[in-house]
Design a protein around this ligand. Sequence first.
Ligand code: ARG
Ligand code: ZN
Length: 871
Amino acid sequence: SVIYLKDYKVPPFLIDKTELTFDLDEATTIVTSRLHMRRNPAFGKSTAPLVLDGGEDVKLIGVAMDDYALPPEEYRISEDKLIITATADEFILTCETLIEPQNNTRLEGLYRSSSMFCTQCEAEGFRHITYYLDRPDVMSVFTTTIIADEARYPVMLSNGNEVERGKTDEGKTVVVWHDPFPKPAYLFALVAGDLAVKNDVFTTQSKRDIKLQIFTESHNIDKVDYAMEALKRSMRWDEETYGREYDLDIFMIVAVDDFNMGAMENKGLNIFNSSCLLASPETTTDDTYLRVEAIVAHEYFHNWSGNRVTCRDWFQLSLKEGFTVFRDQTFSADMHSDTVKRVEDVSFLKTAQFAEDAGPMAHPVRPASFIEISNFYTLTVYEKGAEIVRMIHTLLGAEKFRAGSDLYFDRHDGQAVTCDDFVAAMQDASGVDLTQFKRWYSQAGTPIVTVTDRFDEATGTYRLTMKQDTPATPGQPTKLPLHIPVRVGLLDQQGTVISAEVNGVRAEDHVLHLNASEQEFEFSGLTSKPVPSLLRGFSAPVKLRYDYSSKDLLLLLSSDSDGFNRWSAAQQLAVNELTTLINQAIEGQTLSIDSQLVHGFKALLNDETLDPAMVALILALPSQAYLSELANPIYPAAIKQARQYLKGQLANALETDFERVYRQHKIQGEYQPAAEDIAHRSLKNIALSYWVESGSELAQQELVAQFKTANNMTDQFAALSIVVNTQQKQADVLLNAFYEQWKAEPLVVNKWLMLSASQEQETALETVKGLMEHPAFDLKNPNKVRSVLGGFGQSISGFHKMDGSGYHFLADQIILLNKRNPQIASRLCTPLTRWKKMQPELSIKMKAELERILAEDLSKDVYEVISKSLA
Ligand code: ARG
Ligand code: ZN
């Protein structure tokens, strides 16, 4: 059944205090809750029954009202609800329930991961623990008692502070935790296990000492130092940038191996997928180091943007996620390079979020309806949501934005609020009118901004005409104009940035407000026709159309003062070239390239003033996925062929340049995951991949040597990836050697699974089937499933096999996981949801698999995605 935002009503009951007792055991766990409840005055006078949420996996043992045990005729259980008809206005409800965490394969609620108990309650996991008002606008003060055998579970954790510790008559240990901050059930957490801990202390700006603890299984405790340092940097940054200080006396993080998502911001007790927390030079690549830092920051920042101020209902998810992603992006930019971070984030947005926004699951940042909320933890809610907050930052300027954020936290501390409340605070603190801007929250689809220009010699006036148009999306056939901030600069034909006047303001950089479907902007005081640098810093999440010549793009690439747009120009040049090649490949013509791009790349490789990280990003070429997003229809094999051809041509033409760059950027000494070193490694490794591509014997020797002697995973894995992508014969030998070397490190094995599954070879499908039988594989572990099936999705020759057997295989796995772990099964559907955009022969094969899945008895999660894809 569909749930609509417009049906929102305040809860009929409130829970002021929640007292939970967990008697943890190997076979059954007994949960006793004492809920201090009362009717909600805001609901109005009512005799409405009390309806509590509870999963089908929760067995009710008994329920009592103010210690009066209810006989069966006084309550009823219907599907996933416990309904109690007659209640007083204020009462204590006691519930005893039985759950089996060891059989919980959904990984929602309380479950087992290796030898420990852990929880995941967002969004609606708490109802798999006990009956409750499982909605974010019911905030309660939690006291949690954990009873367990100390020998097996010496560490027993929950939210807040440990307030008591003792023994039961049977000799079990009892630990009581109390969290003074009211919170919704989705922020509840419990962990019990035999865990090692790393301790540290952070002194806040007001000189309070906060105890910091990171817990892992004992063999991993040597891999948490980086996360601990990242946590301290995050705490300091949030004080300095947002004036937000940590509130409890203790902050804990626990790493678990089996986790559906990246991490979770439970109050005072964050729980992380171990792949997003653990790091060591030998086992972790540079990009994972950056990811660990960003996710540690993200979850920590939620303590204010999410926990102290939370969401009224799940339609408002972006209230906390969009804002928190924006906060973590800015944090990472401050820790490393602003431009590099922006390029990475925008690349990801344009590749994956734009594809989502153009597909059958397209939805507004604040969705209007859903069947299963887990399906809405999307790139749109997170990444486009962050872009909305970034646009507010652009419209207000840094100072007023900070005033808006202060007002928001101050006004809504302890409340569950909406995206409108957030915008209202920003508006009230700044005086900037955001009425039209708010449409960004409710309108789905990526706007297309088309720009044309003309120059009037006589008056020295340059005019930009901008049109905006948002394509129809499911359920939203017509669209309104948005308020789009377009940051613009102008360059003269020599590449000098020129200052011009717009509406009486002279500057080198202007934020233009595009808020009608068509609008003209006038720049005066020019002497010749400029080259416009449009949408600087990617000031709005739109598709920009302007007819740049290659000459303009080369000028922007070499001279724009906006680093982001230099990258953007290079990307556009490569896209133009690749589009020609893709069309040649589709037509079955011989491929051939324009020498302009070769010259451009040569200049890039020889310009020592450039940031090596930016050069590496450009050399990476637009990805298969990004080119697919641009294409309609998508011919996967043609895209692959075009990319390979272009890479080969560049490699041959610039062999000596690549060799030199490779040697220049080798760094000596100990591994450091610092921006500068990461930049050198990324450029060195991409240069190596081109150099190898040129067929050089010497390059080949360097490659194998790097694989064998690297002192860090970044270099070793880069070498292995190059081998796997270029020479199939050697690939098996080195993949085996790599596995033998790292089989005791599950996170490295996951990388091995992913790379093995992504190989381009005739037998790719057999390879992936073999991997799923491999001892290193485990269907219960989401990371392993993601590695193998995610890797497989990247293999054109495997996944997009013309006979449809790749799609058939993925559909089988979705059906297999549908009931076991609905969230993971639903995520696996994504590649198939793109069926309408595929070349006709593949499109019908994908559609047939969607129909085959739909005929199964489906979880809500999978049903929603599949049925919407076929609609
Ligand atoms: N709030 C978490 C984060 O963004 C994500 C958890 C979502 N989990 C889920 N199963 N839907 O950090
Ligand atoms: Zn989050």
